[in-house]
Design a protein. Structure first.
Length: 729
C-alpha cells in the first residue's frame, strides 16, 4: 500500500494537480495579504489625504490672512502715525482756532487710510465759538476732502462718550467699532468706523481736546471678502457651506462679517473659548457647522482675524480622491490575481527560490538593523533638537549612530565599520551594543572609546576596525566632552571642530585615546557624517568632497537639524545623479537650545514678534512692575526689536531679563548691522510735520517709554539694554 501510494503520488497527473493546487493556494494567500494591505493603505491614504487637505487649506488661509494682516497693520500704523505726528503742531496752534481746520484737512488729504478726522474740544473752551467747537474733515464718496465745523455730537452717542472719557483719563487709544449716527451721515450710507484718539494739551499740560482719526472698516472688509470669494470659487464649488472671514475685537465684538446683521454683536462663547492664543488653528462648531478656524491677532488694537472653512468643503476633495484610489486599487488587485496565477510557477524554480529567500532575508536584516537605531529622543522642553538619517549602500550596511539621555546628559556616537554588507552589519551591531554598555559605566568620551577599543581588539574580528566620534553633551550647561577615533571631522556652528587624530577603534590594542572639551552656545549646531557623503561620486567619478560639506554646513548653520540633514541628502543625490551609491551614508545633526528663565531667542522675523508679549509680561510681573509700566516697557521692546528686524539685517535676536539695583534690565542682543539708538539726535518738533525728514519717531518713542538706554557693540553684536525703574509700594 505504501508503495502504491508512492507510485500514484509521483504520477504526472497527480504531480500536475499538486502544482495547480499549490498555485491556487499561493495565489489566494497572496491575494488575501494584498487585499488586507490595500485596505490598510486605503485607510492610511484617506486619513493622510484628509490631513493634507486640512494642512493645505490652513496654509491657503494663512497666506490670505498674512497678506491682509500686513495691509491692516499698515493702515492702522498710518492712522496712528498721522495722529501722533500732528499733536505737536496742533498744540502749538491752540491760540489760533481757525488754523486748526487746516490741520484736519492736511491729515485726511495726506493719509489715504483716514476717512475723517476731528478735533473735539471741551465745552466752551473757546467762548467765542459757542458750547462745542469741533473742526472736522471728511473724505466723501468721490474722494474729495470736505472741511467743516461740527456743533453737535462727534459721530455717535458712543464715540462722543468715549472721547469725553479718554480726555478725562488723558489717554490715547482705539475705540471699538461703531456706526456713525444717521444725523451725521446726512442721508449717506452709514459707515462702520474705528477711531484712534490722542489727547491735546494746553500750555499748562492739561488735556483740552482729543484729535480723532477714523478708519473706515468697509474698505478693509471689501478687500478681504474679494479674496475669500475668489478662493471659494476656485476650491469650494458645489458645496453647501462655504468659507468666510470675520474680525472680532478683544471684547469679542464682531467688527467685520459677511452677514452685516452680526456686526457690533458679540461672538459665540464656545467659539471665543477656542481662541485663547493670539494665533492658531482649531476645529469647532460655528452656527452648528463643524469648521476649521484659523485666527491671528492684530497688534496693537487687540483685534483678531478669523478664517472659517467648513470641514465638509475641505474634505470633499479628499473623499473624491480616495474613491479614485480605491477604484485603481481594485483594478490593481485584479491585475495581481492574473499575474500571480501565470507567474506562480516561477517560484518552484530552486534558483529563483534561493534568490528570493536571500533577498527576503536581507530585507528582514535591513529592517532589524534599522530597528536597532533610535528614532526619537525625549528631552527636556527645548533643551536639544536632533535629527539623524542612515542610508546603506546595500540592503545592510556598516554605518551606525546612536543616542540616549542619562542624568541630564546626551550620550551620542556616529561610526563607520570598515567593509560593507552582512559582515560589516554584524560588526555594526556589536559596536552599538558595546557603546550602550560602556556609556553606563564611563563618564567621559575618551574612556568609552578606550574601553571599546580594548574589547574589540581582544575579540577575533578578522581585521575589522571602526572610525567613531563619541560625545557627551550636558543639556544644562552646553558643555561637550568628545573623542574622535579616526572619524570625519565634525562641524560646529558652521566651522570644522578641532580634533585630535586618534586611531580608529580596533586598530591598535594599546592605543591611548585623548578626549577634548568645548562649550556650546545656545543654538549651536553640531553636524556629524560618515565618509559616504564626502566620497560620494557622480557619473564622471567626481567626489562630493569635504569642502562642499563644510561650505553647506556653514551656509545653513541657522537651519534646524532636520533641514540641514535633508539638505545634505538632497545635495548628495543631486551630485550623484544616476551614479550608484558606493558607500553607506549616515548624517547626525544636534542643536543645543538651552531654555532658561528670563531668556528668549527668536528669529529675525515679524512672525515671531508675538513671542515678546508673554516674555515681557512674565519678566515685568517677577520684577514687580505695575500694568502701566509693563505696557510702556512692552511698547519700547517691540519698537526696538521691530527696528532690528526691519533695518538691522539680523539673523537671530536674544532677549535676557534681570533685576539690578531696583531696575528691570532687559538686554536685546542681535547680530545685525551696527546701530546705536542712544546716539541718535531727537526729532525737531519745532519743524512742521510735513517738512520734517522721515524717521526718528521710533527712537523718540523708545526714549519716552523707558527710564534709560545703554548700548554696546561687542564681537559683531548689538547689545542694547532697556532700563525700567521698579517703584516699590
Amino acid at each position: 500500500m505504501n508503495f502504491q501510494f508512492f507510485c500514484v503520488s509521483l504520477s504526472p497527473d497527480n504531480l500536475c494537480n499538486m502544482q495547480k493546487s499549490l498555485s491556487a493556494r499561493l495565489t489566494y494567500r497572496i491575494m488575501a495579504v494584498v487585499l488586507v494591505m490595500m485596505v490598510i493603505i486605503a485607510a492610511v491614504v484617506y486619513f493622510a489625504v484628509r490631513e493634507y487637505m486640512l494642512a493645505e487649506a490652513q496654509d491657503r488661509h494663512l497666506s490670505i490672512m498674512l497678506e491682509h494682516y500686513q495691509d491692516m497693520r499698515r493702515k492702522l500704523s498710518e492712522v496712528y502715525m498721522a495722529v501722533e505726528n500732528n499733536v505737536h503742531d496742533i498744540e502749538r496752534d491752540l491760540d489760533h482756532p481757525d488754523q486748526l481746520f487746516d490741520h484736519m484737512n492736511r491729515i485726511v488729504s495726506q493719509n489715504g487710510s483716514i476717512a475723517s478726522c476731528a478735533l473735539v474740544f471741551k465745552e466752551y473752551y473757546y467762548p467765542s465759538k459757542g458750547r462745542l467747537f469741533i473742526p472736522f474733515a471728511r473724505r466723501d464718496d468721490v474722494g474729495c476732502v470736505r472741511v467743516t465745523r461740527v456743533d453737535s455730537t462727534y459721530h455717535s452717542e458712543f464715540s462722543d462718550i468715549w472721547v469725553k472719557e479718554q480726555m478725562q483719563k488723558d489717554e490715547s487709544g482705539w475705540t471699538k467699532p461703531y456706526y456713525e449716527s444717521k444725523i451725521f451721515a446726512s442721508g449717506q450710507k452709514q459707515r462702520l468706523l474705528a477711531t484712534y484718539g490722542v489727547p491735546i494739551h494746553n500750555s499748562h499740560g492739561a488735556p483740552v481736546a482729543m484729535i480723532c482719526a477714523d478708519l473706515a472698516l468697509e474698505e478693509l472688509s471689501d478687500s478681504i471678502m474679494a479674496d475669500v470669494n475668489k478662493m471659494v470659487k476656485n476650491y469650494e464649488q458645489g458645496q453647501r457651506h462655504h468659507s468666510y472671514f470675520f474680525i472680532v475685537d478683544r471684547r469679542g465684538t464682531i467688527i467685520m462679517h459677511p452677514d452685516e446683521d452680526r456686526i457690533t454683536k458679540n461672538l459665540e462663547k464656545e467659539v471665543g473659548h477656542e481662541m485663547k492664543a493670539h494665533r492658531g488653528t482649531c476645529v469647532t462648531k460655528i452656527d452648528g457647522v463643524e469648521s476649521m478656524m484659523t485666527y491671528r491677532g492684530v497688534h496693537p488694537v487687540g483685534w483678531v482675524m478669523v478664517f472659517v472653512t467648513p470641514l465638509d468643503a475641505i474634505q470633499s476633495n479628499a473623499k473624491r480622491l480616495n474613491i479614485i484610489i480605491l477604484a485603481v486599487m481594485l483594478l490593481g488587485l485584479l491585475a495581481i490575481y492574473f499575474i500571480c496565477r501565470r507567474q506562480i510557477k516561477d517560484i518552484a524554480d530552486p534558483v529563483a527560490m534561493q534568490k528570493a529567500n536571500l533577498e527576503h532575508e536581507l530585507k528582514i536584516a535591513n529592517g532589524i538593523q534599522m530597528a536597532m537605531l533610535p528614532k526619537t529622543l525625549n528631552t527636556p522642553s527645548g533643551a536639544v533638537d536632533l535629527y539623524a538619517a542612515l542610508t546603506p549602500a546595500r540592503d545592510v550596511g556598516g554605518d551606525l549612530y546612536d543616542f540616549f539621555l542619562r542624568s541630564g546628559r546626551l550620550f551620542f556616537c556616529i561610526g563607520d565599520v570598515s567593509g560593507k554588507g552582512v559582515p560589516a552589519a554584524l560588526m555594526m551591531a556589536v559596536v552599538r551594543a558595546m557603546f550602550r554598555s560602556e556609556t553606563r559605566r564611563a563618564d567621559s568620551a575618551a574612556a568609552i572609546v578606550d574601553t571599546m577599543n580594548r574589547s574589540i581588539c581582544e575579540e577575533s574580528t578578522a581585521g575589522y576596525f571602526v572610525t567613531m566620534f563619541v560625545g557627551i553633551l550636558d543639556l544644562t550647561t552646553g558643555h561637550l566632552d568628545y573623542c574622535n577615533a579616526g572619524h570625519e571631522q565634525p562641524i560646529v556652528a558652521g566651522q570644522p571642530l578641532t580634533i585630535i587624530p586618534n586611531l580608529p577603534v580596533g586598530a591598535l590594542s594599546d592605543w591611548t585615546y585623548e578626549g577634548q572639551q568645548m562649550q556650546l552656545k545656545p543654538g549651536d549646531m553640531l553636524f556629524l557624517y560618515t565618509d559616504g557623503i564626502s566620497e560620494a561620486k557622480n557619473t564622471a567619478n567626481e567626489l562630493f568632497g569635504r569642502k562642499r560639506v563644510n561650505q553647506l554646513a556653514a551656509e545653513h548653520a541657522a537651519d534646524s537639524p532636520q533641514q540641514l540633514v535633508e539638505l545634505m541628502e538632497s545635495e548628495v543625490r543631486r551630485h550623484a545623479g544616476d551614479a550608484e551609491q558606493s558607500d553607506d551614508i549616515t548624517l547626525l545633526a544636534i542643536q543645543w537650545q538651552s531654555q532658561r528663565n528670563g531668556h528668549l531667542s527668536i528669529s529675525a522675523s515679524m512672525d515671531d514678534i508675538g513671542a515678546l508679549e508673554p516674555f515681557i509680561a512674565q519678566s515685568a510681573q517677577q520684577a514687580g512692575l505695575d500694568d502701566r509700566e509693563t505696557k510702556r516697557l512692552r511698547l519700547a521692546v517691540e519698537e526696538a526689536v521691530a527696528n532690528v528686524i526691519n533695518h538691522g539685517q539680523a539673523t537671530a535676536i536674544t532677549l535676557q531679563a534681570s533685576v539690578e539695583d531696583d531696575q528691570l534690565v532687559l538686554t536685546i542682543d542681535d547680530d545685525g548691522q551696527p546701530f546705536d539708538p542712544t546716539a541718535e539726535s531727537p526729532t525737531d518738533f519745532s519743524v512742521p510735520a510735513d517738512q520734517r525728514p522721515p524717521g526718528g519717531l521710533g527712537i523718540m518713542y523708545l526714549h519716552k517709554m523707558t527710564d534709560g538706554l545703554a548700548y554696546q557693540r561687542v564681537d559683531g553684536h548689538n547689545i542694547l539694554k532697556i532700563l525700567k525703574t521698579i517703584h516699590k509700594k
